[in-house]
Design a protein. Structure first.
Length: 255
């Protein structure tokens, strides 16, 4: 395992990528309405990112065809944008976006409701976000990553949800996926120890139902086996001298 410590200059570039990414969420939120296809949302996102000086890092990554990942309802992650997938009232949709700026990458995900959604869907979105923010409260130099993973798992399961062990967070910088891997379950006092200058993406991925998943024949789209809802919330964070800074928050969000 090789965890890369970032300089202040590198973190500033990741933060700029994160600012473009956060603005993309605000832009997509306006367009998240019944009747629009995920293909059109992908086109809008790519145009917005490029017009603001960024590059959509997902496009072409290991052959991925979209500019961003768009996952609807029972799709946990890596949903391929499609003209055939049309949003409808009551859906929930996750936008997993990576933006490159001057060679450095920020990675984040948000799940939005489409129109009026069920109370169950609202609760799932809220708890997934809560998992992130309760976990990140522990972040500071000297803390084991297992402490954060444990907290995320504790919050999700206390609300009756499950978390996949197949996917998780990761380091991020010049590469989209760097060491360390950050699972959403772990033991207190285990795993790599956080140090100032590390930059990581923490991303709770929470299932409404059972933990089992399957991947479509396209090789990318990961769905819940029981067809129940899944939700995804992610931010890129930098570990600072005394704590952390979230680099991918929308304007008005708390850091």
């Amino acid at each position: 395992m090789k965890i890369i410590i970032k300089s202040a200059r590198e973190i500033a570039l990741i933060k700029k990528a994160g600012s473009i990414l956060a603005d993309t969420f605000d832009y997509l939120k306006v367009h998240t309405k019944a009747g629009i296809s995920t293909h059109e949302l992908d086109r809008l996102a790519e145009s917005f990112i490029r017009s603001h000086g960024g590059i959509p890092s997902c496009k072409g990554y290991e052959g991925f065809p979209g500019a961003i990942c768009i996952s609807v309802n029972d799709t946990l992650l890596h949903g391929i944008p499609s003209k055939k997938i049309i949003l409808k009232d009551g859906d929930i949709v996750s936008y997993d976006i990576c933006v490159t700026y001057e060679g450095y990458i920020a990675d984040a995900c948000r799940t939005f409701p489409v129109g009026e959604v069920s109370e169950n869907a609202k609760r799932l979105i809220d708890v997934t976000k809560l998992c992130f923010f309760e976990g990140v409260k522990l972040v500071k130099p000297g803390v084991h990553l297992g402490d954060i993973s444990h907290k995320i798992h504790e919050i999700a399961t206390s609300h009756g949800y499950t978390l996949t062990e197949d996917y998780g967070g990761h380091g991020v910088g010049r590469e989209m996926h760097e060491d360390p891997i950050i699972l959403n379950n772990g033991e207190i006092g285990t795993g790599p120890i956080l140090k100032e200058g590390m930059v990581v993406a923490i991303e709770p991925m929470v299932n409404e139902g059972k933990v089992e998943l399957y991947t479509l024949d396209d090789g990318w789209t990961v769905k819940t086996l029981d067809g129940k809802l899944s939700c995804h919330y992610e931010n890129t964070i930098a570990i600072t001298k005394n704590g952390y800074e979230i680099l991918t928050l929308e304007k008005g969000e708390q850091n």
